[in-house]
Write a protein that binds this ligand. Structure first.
Ligand SMILES: [Zn+2]
Length: 323
């Protein structure tokens, strides 16, 4: 009885999220269809090592999976169960081994809303405990933020469920699967509380998830400290690996990671200078332009990101943070 009530409650929350989403999105969007802002590429599966695959989903969010004799480890589950089923179909073209683990690198819906599909495969889902808290706290908002995507791709929001990880970590964890070691690394909050890196030492590859999106202006509404985020990106860039798999965008190299650190530094410096000169939120939105970054994906959402950092610097807390 309680479970049924909870389901009904989540369903109502979903409906409410969509009712609220329309005016919020109108304010956020430029009015241009996404294709006019960024030419989206078809999904591509890239083999980056004999047993490691990068699932490059340019229209939504990226995943990766490691194939071993004892089963499969998946990184990030997609934006909707339908996206997770597509990812699973790609995995099944490579292997029929069971899905053993799924790592949620951060709490954003585009990286966790496919969890139900992998749970029904028997997978154990793992995330940092702050990711679990953020998933619980901001579930409705995370659905609302994706209304445009669900509409464009015909994804039914009624199918969404709050499906939390089975294991919540306080720090790092090493997993051994089929003779491979996979290191889950928490370097504090970068883009989000709970950011988790997934390091595949044998493949000289790290999946960065939230803190790194290649040639993309990352959302700054969740970070409790841009300085920590920049320091984290510098640590990641210094890792002894050959490739950095981002949450969005194609496979990156060390310079791509440092480029994101530089963007954040430039953005933070301009925001702090403007606020020190007495500029309020509207004046910052009106005046800050960053022409050197205007070709980056999501540049058209700059006013949202200014809003996020303005909130952080004027209150000391992220716009969307831990409760
Ligand atoms: Zn994302």
């Amino acid at each position: 009885m309680k479970a049924i009530f909870l389901k009904a409650e989540i369903f109502l929350a979903t409906l409410l999220a969509f009712a609220l989403a329309a005016p919020a999105l109108a304010d956020h969007m430029t009015g241009l269809p996404p294709s006019a802002r960024h030419q989206e590429l078809p999904i591509e599966l890239k083999q980056v090592a004999p047993d490691l695959y990068f699932y490059y989903n340019d229209s939504s969010s990226n995943s990766a999976f490691l194939v071993t004799g004892e089963g499969v480890l998946v990184v990030d589950s997609g934006q909707h169960p339908a996206d997770a089923r597509e990812l699973l179909a790609h995995i099944r073209k490579v292997t029929d081994k069971p899905i053993r683990y799924v790592i949620n690198t951060h709490f954003h819906g585009d990286h966790v809303f496919g969890n139900t599909v992998f749970h029904s495969q028997g997978a154990t889902i793992i995330a940092h405990r702050d990711t679990v808290t953020m998933m619980r706290t901001h579930y409705t908002q995370e659905i609302a933020r994706r209304a445009d995507y669900y509409k464009r791709f015909g994804r039914d929001p009624v199918e969404l469920r709050m499906d939390l990880p089975d294991l919540a970590l306080d720090g790092n964890l090493s997993i051994t699967l089929g003779g491979r070691t996979i290191n889950l690394i928490h370097l504090g909050a970068g883009q989000n509380p709970g950011d988790m890196l997934v390091h595949f030492p044998h493949a000289r590859t790290v999946f960065v998830g939230g803190p790194f999106a290649r040639r993309n202006w990352s959302n700054t509404s969740f970070t409790p400290s841009v300085d920590n985020w920049i320091a984290m990106l510098k640590k990641i860039a210094a890792m002894d690996v050959d490739r950095f798999l981002p949450g969005h965008g194609d496979i990156g190299n060390q310079q791509d990671v440092l480029d994101e650190a530089r963007l954040l530094g430039d953005f933070q410096a301009a925001m702090k200078t403007g606020m020190a000169q007495g500029m309020g939120r509207e004046a910052l939105v009106k005046n800050l332009r960053f022409p050197q970054y205007q070709d980056l994906r999501n540049y058209d959402r700059l006013h949202n990101f200014i809003n996020g950092l303005h909130h952080l610097y004027s209150t000391g807390k992220p716009l969307t943070g831990l409760p």
